[in-house]
Design a protein around this ligand. Structure first.
Ligand SMILES: [Zn+2]
Length: 414
């Protein structure tokens, strides 16, 4: 099991109105270990009362495959449970019913979704304890569902549960999950106690920090286009995704962030950028915030066939947002990482560029770029360089899948 992060996948039932993409973006900005994603498979409860095991047994195979390695996978629905529960679970899959939500609380569904997620994360630390009756603690059983209102407003662990957990020997992974739980509970109570939508609060927090007066040399034109998808629909060009991507990119180029803030922004940006490719699933993510470096390993077996044929089932992506260009030593280090992980291909993504590499004059190989070509030949791996110009190209409507294919083909022609 990977210890660099824990993945949590979210799905919404057909017709269930919750903006999962925004939710995931907001949560990922706040957590450091648990990483949230939106599943690509379709979930359809069919509208009949949810029951265990029947409803779980009926889940489609592609969804189960995607969910397999997740810490938890949440399926949100308006369909009620036959027993009127909020949720039950089977393995790592949790179907959460928001049936009758408007009669339980005036707080929005997004707050409820965060509550249910954190409740289940808390169960991963200690699955043997529940309060009956409700106390407002995250370990409440909530037989009376109206208790969820005060639980979201308080969003806390009671002193008894805190001391119970403190006597447990939590593994390092559990300690890191616990840290994320604390952050999310703080956010949830902060929003809920003032009747606010947690998504709006987290959004505002971000734009306020972006509004700190600063001097910036960049003139950035906002996008007013929607890139076209190709016939196979490989690029997910939903307006929100592209907009998010561009927003992060614009933020990244501002000067007024602390190093770790910049690191977090860059991480979200890098994940969003390659997340434009449908079917690429993050297997592992390791970020060094201070250095603005992220390693991501993708399972690309469900992505575009052409890329998979050229690059293999798993792809290693190293992302750097340093103030200087990457050099030959960085390339050697990258190659060692590829080898030690037994991967046959990788993307070396450096915002500031790679010494000796000019995207418009790629046949001319010198310096670190030369090292890329040589290393790839010697080790029989494919290393694709991506730099700021490539990002601009995609941002201006280029097709990322076709562009990566182009990079692969160039590589063969050098
Ligand atoms: Zn408690």
């Amino acid at each position: 099991m990977d210890v660099n992060q824990m993945n949590v996948l979210l799905y919404a039932d057909e017709g269930f109105e919750l903006d999962l993409r925004s939710l995931v973006n907001a949560l990922n900005r706040r957590t450091s270990f648990v990483s949230f994603g939106v599943g690509t498979a379709k979930y359809n409860s069919g509208g009949e009362a949810i029951a265990r095991p029947e409803s779980y047994d009926a889940l489609p195979q592609d969804l189960l495959d995607e969910a397999e390695d997740s810490l938890r996978t949440f399926l949100f629905t308006n369909t009620p449970y036959g027993n009127n529960y909020f949720f039950q679970s089977s393995g790592n899959i949790v179907i959460v019913s928001f049936y009758g939500w408007e009669y339980l609380t005036r707080l929005p569904l997004s707050n409820g979704a965060v509550y249910m997620i954190v409740d289940n994360l808390a169960q991963t630390l200690d699955s043997n304890y529940r309060h009956h009756p409700a106390t407002g603690c995250i370990y409440d059983f909530l037989a009376d569902k109206t208790g969820v209102d005060i639980s979201m407003r308080l969003a806390h662990m009671c002193p008894d549960c805190l001391s119970r957990l403190s006597t447990k020997k939590l593994s390092e992974e559990h300690q890191r999950i616990f840290k994320d739980i604390k952050t999310l509970l703080d956010d949830l109570s902060q929003a809920s106690k003032w009747n606010d939508d947690i998504l709006k609060i987290l959004e505002n927090e971000r734009s306020e920090s972006a509004n700190v007066p600063k001097k910036t040399g960049y003139e950035i034109t906002p996008l007013d286009f929607i890139p076209e998808s190709n016939d196979e629909g490989y690029i997910d060009v939903s307006r929100e995704q592209i907009r998010d991507l561009c927003n992060y990119y614009v933020d990244l180029r501002q000067e007024n962030y602390e190093p770790h803030e910049k690191g977090e922004l860059f991480e979200t940006f890098a994940v969003a950028f390659f997340g434009l490719i449908k079917g690429w699933i993050v297997l592992e993510k390791n970020a060094n915030m201070e250095d603005c470096e992220i390693d991501i390993i993708y399972d690309i077996t469900r992505g575009p066939t052409l890329l998979r044929e050229k690059l293999g089932d798993n792809l290693y992506v190293e992302c750097k947002n340093r103030s200087k260009k990457s050099d030959a030593r960085d390339i050697s280090h990258f190659a060692m990482n590829l080898l030690s992980r037994k991967l046959k291909s990788g993307i070396f993504f450096s915002m500031k560029g790679i010494t000796g590499y000019q995207p418009e004059n790629w046949r001319n190989t010198t310096a670190a770029y030369k090292r890329i070509i040589e290393t790839s030949r010697q080790l029989d791996v494919t290393i694709l360089p991506i730099v700021g110009e490539d990002i601009e190209y995609i941002r201006n409507g280029g097709n990322l899948v076709e562009h990566l294919m182009d990079l692969v083909n160039r590589f063969v022609r050098i």
